[in-house]
Design a protein around this ligand. Structure first.
Ligand SMILES: Nc1ncnc2c1ncn2[C@@H]1O[C@H](COP(=O)(O)OP(=O)(O)OP(=O)(O)O)[C@@H](O)[C@H]1O
Ligand SMILES: O=P(O)(O)OC[C@H]1O[C@H](OP(=O)(O)OP(=O)(O)O)[C@H](O)[C@@H]1O
Length: 212
């Protein structure tokens, strides 16, 4: 029986993780087709806790799950989450960008809508440019259209969502992929955690060779 439980978010991250899980020879339950939020370990397959992405580090830091899978964007936005990053899984690849209706750098103080308030403030502080962040937790691309804020800081992968709203990228702020994180206490005391990470790294290698 697997000793491990992994916290992850439903949707994109879980589906991107499926080929890696399969390459490891593990079973990943159909999270979309179920109302369950906890799937215990089954044979060699680790258990899964389903959580909001932003809550994954908390669940791992508190020991509800020993491991978690979460985007680097989330870890950068919440740097004091108390988890250790142990593996870049190379999936859910995206970038955090500043976007607006024209590609030119904003003139004067800017209003920016984002769910990444901290990274947005940090980025403008580095550019020595005054900023006001309008905190939103979704539908960011609407903000310029409805006059809430002329700029947004949001995740981009294909660029289709920006294009659909007449927006263009102005600057790239951060590149992100999903990361495997671990509870630091467990990492120190449970030697088996290292072989779990090695198994995941090997599965990632097989998955990448398979898709090459
Ligand atoms: N378009 C995308 N392409 C690839 N990866 C993405 C994309 N959008 C987000 N991600 C990555 O997937 C993670 C989860 O994003 P997703 O949009 O599924 O969840 P969320 O909306 O942030 O979470 P929740 O639904 O819990 O609020 C992000 O933190 C990011 O690392
Ligand atoms: O550049 P793109 O490939 O269009 O992806 C970017 C979109 O993906 C994310 O949203 P979310 O995950 O909510 O949207 P999605 O699942 O509909 O892409 C992000 O907040 C963007 O809106």
């Amino acid at each position: 029986m697997s000793d491990w439980v992994v916290a992850l978010s439903r949707g994109r991250v879980a589906e991107d993780l499926r080929p890696l899980w399969e390459a490891a020879g593990w079973h990943l339950p159909d999270l979309e087709g179920s109302r369950s939020l906890y799937f215990p370990p089954q044979g060699r397959s680790p258990g899964v806790i389903v959580a909001r992405g932003v809550d994954v580090p908390t669940l791992v830091a508190q020991g509800a799950a020993q491991f978690g899978v979460v985007g680097r964007d989330m870890l950068a936005e919440h740097p004091d989450s108390g988890v250790l990053e142990v593996l870049d899984l190379g999936i859910s690849r995206c970038r955090l960008v500043l976007a607006g209706q024209s590609p030119s750098w904003p003139d004067g103080p800017v209003r920016v809508a984002s769910k990444y308030s901290r990274l947005t403030r940090q980025f403008f502080a580095k550019a020595q440019h005054p900023v006001e962040v309008v905190p939103l937790s979704g539908s960011l691309e609407l903000a310029p259209l409805i006059g809430l804020a002329p700029y947004i800081v949001d995740l981009v992968a294909t660029g289709a969502t920006l294009r659909a709203h007449g927006l263009v990228e102005i600057r790239s702020i951060l590149s992100s992929t999903a990361r495997l994180v671990v509870n630091p206490g467990i990492w120190r005391t449970q030697a088996g955690g290292r072989s779990f990470v090695r198994e995941m790294a090997a599965a990632k290698g097989r998955m990448m060779r398979g898709s090459a």
